[in-house]
Design a protein around this ligand. Structure first.
Ligand code: PGA
Length: 250
C-alpha cells in the first residue's frame, strides 16, 4: 500500500515576520488535503513564531547540532527546536554538506540526536552532476546512506529520506522519471536491508526543482512518497498546488 505522502517546504534562509502570513495561509489551505502530511521547515529563529502563527501545523527546523547543549556558538540543538515547538528537522541538506563541510558521520549523529528527542527527521542525500554523468549516482547515494542512516529506529519519531540530486536543486532541471524511479527503488531496498519491515514504512521524498507543473508526474513514480520543496514552498500560491497534486496522486 502506498504511504501517505509528505510535502515539506524548505524555506532555507528566507523568512521574516511578514512572511508568517504565508505560513498561516499554507497551514490553513493544507487542511483541505487531509490525505497529505504538510510541513514547513523554516529558519530556526522563525520556528516559535511560525508555531504560534499556525497552531497544530507541522513546523520544522533545517539543521540541528548533534550535541544536546554545550560550547557551540551559533548552533541549535534538537531539544531546542523541540522546545520551540518544532516537530521535525531536515539534516544533511547538500547546501550544508557542502558549505558547512558536513560529512556522513555528522549527518548520522544529527539524525540520531533529533530522533532521540522525538523530532521527525528528513535526511537528505543526492549526487553531483559529475557523479551522475559518470554513471555512479546510485552507488554514491548508497554510500551516503551507509554513512548517514541512524543506527536504529527506536522511539516514536519518524525518519524520512529526501533524494535531492544536487544539480536539480534550484536549477529547474530534474532527472527523468526512470532515473528517479531507479534511485528511489535502490533507496527502498537499502532501507529494507537496514531496518527490515520498518524500512518499508520510511517515506522517500524527491527534492530538486519540484513545482506545480512537474509535481503530478513526479508523484506518479513508485516509491516517491512526497517532496522536499525549496523555492516553490515560499508562498501558498506556489506550494498548495503541489500539495494538491500529492492529494490527487492517491
Ligand atoms: P528547490 O530546492 O525546490 O528550490 O530546488 C529543494 C531543496 O533544496 O530542498
Amino acid at each position: 500500500m502506498a504511504l501517505k505522502k509528505l510535502i515539506a517546504g524548505n524555506w532555507k534562509m528566507h523568512g521574516l515576520f511578514a512572511d508568517l502570513d504565508q505560513v498561516r495561509e499554507i497551514a490553513q489551505e493544507s487542511q483541505g488535503y487531509p490525505s497529505v502530511d504538510v510541513a514547513l521547515c523554516v529558519p530556526a529563529i522563525l520556528v516559535e513564531r511560525a508555531v504560534r502563527a499556525a497552531p497544530g501545523f507541522a513546523i520544522g527546523g533545517q539543521d540541528v547540532h548533534h550535541a544536546e547543549k554545550g560550547a557551540h556558538t551559533g548552533c541549535t540543538s534538537a531539544v531546542m527546536l523541540l522546545d520551540a515547538g518544532a516537530s521535525l528537522t531536515i539534516v544533511g541538506h547538500s547546501e550544508r554538506r557542502e558549505a558547512q563541510r558536513e560529512g556522513d558521520a555528522d549527518v548520522r549523529a544529527k539524525a540520531q540526536s533529533a530522533l532521540s528527542v522525538g523530532l521527525n527527521v528528513i535526511l537528505c542525500v543526492g549526487e553531483t552532476l559529475e557523479v551522475r554523468e559518470a554513471g555512479r549516482a546510485v552507488e554514491t547515494v548508497m554510500q551516503q546512506l551507509d554513512g548517514s542512516l541512524p543506527a536504529d529506529l527506536e522511539g516514536e519519531a519518524e525518519l524520512a529520506i529526501a533524494y535531492e540530486p544536487i544539480w536539480a536543486i534550484g536549477t529547474g532541471k530534474i532527472p527523468t522519471s526512470p532515473e528517479i524511479a531507479q534511485m528511489h527503488s535502490a533507496i527502498r531496498s537499502k532501507l529494507h536491508d537496514r531496518f527490515g519491515d520498518a524500512g518499508g514504512q520510511i517515506r522517500i521524498l524527491y527534492g530538486g526543482s519540484v513545482k506545480a507543473s512537474n509535481a503530478e508526474e513526479i508523484f506518479a513514480i513508485v516509491d516517491v512518497d512526497g517532496a522536499l520543496v525549496g523555492g516553490a514552498s515560499l508562498t501558498a500560491s506556489d506550494f498548495i498546488p503541489i500539495v494538491q497534486a500529492a492529494a490527487n496522486s492517491g
